[in-house]
Design a protein around this ligand. Structure first.
Ligand code: NAD
Ligand code: TDX
Length: 334
């Protein structure tokens, strides 16, 4: 099977490419990624010489290129996105461009060449929960941030191509991921790497917002299952059933690193901060037999160790001017 992975140089995309080669060593994979600030070919160093792997530096909004690449593959697994909520609050335009126009461009090529299409989406499209209840496949769409609105547009377009053109699609809506190669602007890698540098960690508001955490390899396994066995036209919600407040996460990381709560810096809350995300993953469990293999405590420890052992990887990223610039600009705007 020949698979086009978009955004394969990012966090989940690169983990997925490693997962695919381990599980299906005979597969051919093309990675189409424009290498934005968070795309990093170092994530794929160990497989870059694999004869079944090809990297193409390119933008999913480039219709000529996308048409050429899509023509030659059996399936598309579409990860490429602008993915950080805080950045979307500062400037929504790149989110609409990549997540809406880029996705439409891929759908057009997939439809023209009649290819299988799997879209990686997020639980954030359903909005925010109170203390009760879970998101599931039939939850109402209620995206709150420019990021989640652009991802929701993607979900609707993917489904529209199924209904209108019978394009063979599936969608997964997943909760928060963590693990190796996550760009250190997201909660867990930002906090771990700050603490490894003995810097404080910026906790938004009271730190009581809840996320449902899933180790990235378990997400990759779910995507692989849906790609091969998912019912065409269907959506599957994926989550770890590991709800934690940001404060709990922070305390756990501090404990692993033997540091105290004086390392926490309370900063102004994120604008429009969603209170709680939680997934009911019973459909994918029941229909496809998926179960997350990693428990939060162990997998968080493994993740912290990965950042400890791969300091060169994140130091190169964190020292770049743009990250500091972005963080400063964001703090000033709040
Ligand atoms: P990421 O930001 O780490 O990686 C995104 C990748 O897409 C990067 O390699 C980047 O270079 C590439 N990219 C961006 N714009 C592009 C364009 N126009 N053309 C080609 N490539 C482009 O993101 P991630 O955290 O790995 O997320 C991957 C996908 O999973 C996204 O669609 C995101 O919405 C979804 N998702 C993420 C999470 C999470 O917790 N991180 C949870 C659920 C769903
Ligand atoms: O510095 C921080 N301080 C803080 O308190 C950061 C970066 C985050 N937070 C809080 C905000 C959230 O409640 O931590 C929580 C997690 O924040 P992020 O890591 O930015 O993730 P989130 O906004 O929940 O979105 C993530 O999960 C769903 C991904 O970034 C999305 O791509 C994915 O779709």
């Amino acid at each position: 099977m020949k698979i086009l992975v978009t955004g394969g140089a990012g966090f989940i995309g690169s983990n997925f490419i490693h997962y695919l080669f381990k599980k299906h060593s005979d597969y051919e994979i093309i990675n189409l990624d424009s290498l934005t600030y968070c795309g990093n070919l170092e994530n794929l160093k160990t497989i870059e010489d694999n004869p079944n792997y090809e990297f193409i530096k390119g933008d999913i909004c480039d219709s000529g290129l996308v048409d050429q690449v899509v023509k030659d593959v059996d399936a598309i697994v579409h990860f490429a996105a602008e993915s950080h909520v805080d950045r979307s609050i500062l400037n929504a335009t790149p989110f609409v461009r990549t997540n809406v126009l880029g996705t439409t461009n891929l759908l057009d090529a997939a439809q023209k060449h009649k290819k299988r299409f799997h879209y990686i989406s997020t639980d954030e499209v359903f909005g925010s929960l109170g203390s009760q209840g879970y998101f599931k496949e039939n939850s109402h769409y209620d995206p709150h941030s420019p990021y989640s609105a652009s991802k929701a547009a993607g979900d609707h377009l993917v489904r529209a191509y199924f209904h209108t053109h019978r394009l063979p699609i599936t969608i997964t809506n997943c909760s928060n991921n963590y693990g190796p190669y996550q760009f250190p602007e997201k909660l867990i890698p930002l906090f771990v790497t700050n603490l490894l540098e003995k810097k404080k960690v910026p906790l938004y508001g009271e730190g009581l917002n809840v996320r449902d955490w899933l180790y990235v390899e378990d997400h990759c396994q779910a995507i692989d299952l849906v790609l091969h066995q998912g019912k065409i036209g269907e959506t599957y919600c994926v989550g770890g059933n590991e709800e934690k407040t940001n404060l709990e996460i922070t305390h756990k990381i501090l404990e692993i690193l033997g540091l105290g709560t004086e390392m926490i810096e309370r900063v102004p809350d994120r604008k429009g901060h969603d209170q709680r995300y939680a997934i009911d993953a019973s459909k994918i469990k029941k229909e496809l037999g998926w179960e997350p293999e990693h428990k939060f405590e162990e997998a968080l420890l493994k993740t912290v160790k990965w950042y400890q052992n791969n300091e060169e990887w994140w130091q190169r990223i964190k020292n770049k001017e743009y990250l500091n610039y972005y963080q400063k600009q964001y703090q000033e705007k709040k």
